[in-house]
Every structure is written in C-alpha cells, then in structure tokens.
Design a binder for this molecule. Structure first.
Ligand SMILES: [Zn+2]
Ligand SMILES: [Zn+2]
Length: 312
C-alpha cells in the first residue's frame, strides 16, 4: 500500500510500504479522510516529541472503515494507559504513557480497537476526522468556567472550534485574530471579532501557542478571571508575567491538553449536530502525493484543514 513516510525534517515521500497487520486487539482501517493540522506542519518541519524514530508515519486525524467489520470509525490518535496516576485520577488527557496512534496519511492504518470510535450516521469522513482536534476543544471548554463573557485569542482551527462550542452553549464570545478572513469565520460561527481583545473577559482561551499570546491572554482576563492555555508553545519556552494581576486580581491560569475517550465521542456528536464548523474548516481534498506540497504552503487567509483522501 501507499503511505506518506517522513525520512527526516522536511523530507516526506510517498512510498510503497508493507500492508499493516490486524492482530490481538488491533484492527486495520481503510483510510477515507485524514485532515491536516498545525501539529502535522510542526512534525514535518522539525519533528515532534511523540514521533517515533525516522523513517516514520504521521497523520493523527483519521477516519475510515474497519476492514474486518465494515464499520465507519474515527481513529483516535491515542489510547491512555489506564494505570498511571493521572489515569487513575480520571485525567486520561495527561496520561503519562499513552500509546500514540499515528499514520493516517496512508491507504490503511493498523490501530488498537480501543482507539476506534463509531462515526454517527450521515457524518462524512472528512468531518469525522476533525473530531480529534475538536475533542481537545471540548476538553478546553471543560477546563474553563461557566462564565458567559468569553474571549478567545487566535482564529486558527482551535480558536474557531472553541468559538463554535462556546457559542452553541449560548455564551457571548469575542475572538481576536489579525486576519480578516478568520474574523469573518468566527463571526459566522456566532462570535464578535476584532484584531485584539480590547476588553477584559471573565474567561479567556489562548489558542495561538506563542509566548506573547500567553501574555496577551493574561492581560485580557478580568479580575477574578480564568485563563485557559490551549495553544502549545515549544516546551522549553519561558513566559514572563506581571505579578500584579495574578496576585491582586486572583487570576487563575489553567493548562489544557488533549482529550479523553468520552470527549472524542462528544466531539463526534457535536459535529453531527451542527455542520457549520466542519464546513467552514474543510479545505481542498488532496491525494497523498499532494501532501508534501500542501505542508509547504504557508497558511494565509481563512483557517482551513486539507483533507487527504488516499483513494484519490
Ligand atoms: Zn491535529
Ligand atoms: Zn495513563
């Protein structure tokens, strides 16, 4: 079968590779759609801590059909160990030894059955694939509070996913992004949008992943507010904050990472209930062979996810 194989930073080739094997607790899934995200660009550009040694496969937002049962499934990108401290405390998102399931940019993928989720009837594969990142947004919303006045920093796919979930809960959402096209996407999803968060909000989500954005998110929180940090910076990034608001205004910072199995199912249900989000994020459908060029293309304009369909 054909698969996209990373041989090193920015060295991605589509090659003929051995067929994956089903086995004990492992099923083969025929990939119908694998969506791209910023993490894929990072993995392609300079590697990533969860990638196995080169040469390796990637692609972690994957939907298709189980070869053995014919069931339509989303392949989640990880299975929590169930045994570590966080897992036993009900926090599978920060499992200390998850099994990562990568390799969606291929005709087929072998995945633990525990990583598979049934796709709701009528939800297309390219929409179902987006349940993986959307589950992280479901988790981030849960990490926040029930404040009605919410700021979102960043109009990339994650910021738009947060906007969609928060607006669906009837909250007042203000999204900040320098790109007019992304602000228009946020407005279509029910947010107010501007270039900056000019007012201070009870609850602020940072969905950019840069030190200056973490600082801007803190500055946009109202006294007593909560800041949920969703965007991943390089792990050794140091961010400095003024102590005044943290101390005298009791600002609270909460990290948010990844998702649980239940949050993936919630995300699938949310995508099936409202097509507005996945339709705005769905970019062009491309073949495996077109993936290297797509990852090289700088993202400008609206937030879009490429849909890799290895059957094309
Ligand atoms: Zn992703
Ligand atoms: Zn664990």
């Amino acid at each position: 079968m054909r698969a996209a194989v990373l041989f090193g930073p920015q060295d991605l080739r589509v090659e003929e590779v051995p067929e994956p094997d089903a086995g004990d607790g492992v099923a083969v899934v025929e990939v119908q759609a694998a969506t791209t995200c910023g993490t894929d660009v990072k993995m392609w550009r300079h590697g990533h801590r969860i990638l196995p040694p080169y040469p390796c496969r990637f692609g972690h937002e994957t939907a298709g059909v189980r070869a053995d049962t014919g069931e339509r499934v989303l392949v989640s990108d990880s299975v929590a160990c169930g045994a570590c401290g966080p897992c036993r405390a009900g926090r599978a998102q920060i499992c200390r030894s998850p099994t990562w399931v990568l390799g969606g940019f291929a005709e087929r993928i072998a995945a633990p059955v525990a990583a598979l989720h049934p796709i709701p009837d009528g939800l297309p594969a390219e929409a179902a694939a987006m349940a993986e990142p959307l589950a992280a947004a479901v988790h981030a919303v849960r990490r926040g509070t029930d404040a009605t006045d919410v700021g979102v920093l960043g109009g990339g796919p994650m910021g738009l996913m947060l906007t969609s979930l928060l607006a669906a809960q009837g909250r007042s959402v203000t999204l900040a992004d320098p790109h007019a096209e992304r602000r228009a996407q946020a407005e279509a999803l029910g947010a107010h949008a501007g270039e900056h968060l000019d007012d201070r909000h009870e609850l602020v989500f940072e969905a950019v992943g840069r030190a200056e954005a973490w600082r801007a998110a803190a500055a946009a929180a109202a006294p007593g507010g909560v800041v949920v940090l969703v965007g991943g910076c390089p792990t050794d990034t140091e961010v400095s904050f003024q102590t005044g608001p943290l101390h005298y205004e009791e600002l609270e910072f909460r990290g948010s990472f990844h998702h649980s199995r239940e949050e993936v199912d919630e995300a699938l249900a949310a995508l099936a209930a409202d097509g507005g989000l996945w339709r705005t994020l769905r970019g062009p459908t491309i073949s495996l062979e077109e993936l290297p060029a797509a990852l090289r293309t700088p993202t400008r304009g609206p937030s879009r996810k490429w849909v890799v369909d290895p059957r094309t």
